[in-house]
Design a protein around this ligand. Sequence first.
Ligand code: NAP
Length: 211
Amino acid sequence: MKKTLIIGASGQIGKKFTQLMLDDGNHVVALVRDKSKLSAINNENLTIVEADLTKDFGKAFKQCTNVVFVAGSGGNTGADKTMLIDLWAACRAADYAKANAIEHFILVSSIGADAPSEGSESMQPYLIAKHMADEHLMRSGLHYSIVRPGTLTNDAAKGKFTITRPAQKEDAIITRDDVAKALLFIVNNSPKANTVTELFNGSKSIDEVMK
Ligand SMILES: NC(=O)c1ccc[n+]([C@@H]2O[C@H](COP(=O)([O-])OP(=O)(O)OC[C@H]3O[C@@H](n4cnc5c(N)ncnc54)[C@H](OP(=O)(O)O)[C@@H]3O)[C@@H](O)[C@H]2O)c1
């Protein structure tokens, strides 16, 4: 039986994705630091593990087959938390995944993680953290899918996607709802090849852009 560990399940994408996974009949282990944040979700297929990503969180991986890392330090914290969560916790998650023979690791990274030097000075610590976490996963030997969304919005889902970066920066956006839908597609279809994919709202269905 497939069981997916969602790291960052109480976050904005994380919560939407957790609900989509459960609605779709999947078994989920949700790693959160405060389980009350998931109190609105009641489902027999949901197990909640409380852990802080700056401490040991290896216990969450036991008996899981897949991992989705959708945690992040958030825009209101400094570079110290970016290092601890977006970089170090993501690297440690890959290490725990390896030790627990996880079949598929899906990492939510960011647009710009391919070329941090091209980002603005204020964004560079974040982009470097994402870049290095992506590299660590790529070198891990795990089967992986790295998703690099454009700027996230809280608009209603569009249900339409592109993996080609739009020419205009203001078009390089995607709703959190749509990222959650894309993650569900990736978990359910587990592409054979390892992939690194930028993701934006566009004009095609998710299966058209991910095939
Ligand atoms: N903002 C953008 O435009 C953008 C663009 C591309 C990619 N991304 C990336 O997309 C991802 C998801 O974004 P989002 O907006 O859904 O993020 P979010 O709402 O800030 O959620 C972050 C999650 O990480 C968890 N977390 C943070 N520190 C933790 C710790 N020490 N221990 C345990 N959990 C911890 C949070 O837990 P709590 O609920 O307890 O705080 C929350 O569940 C992030 O990796 C972000 O970098 C963002």
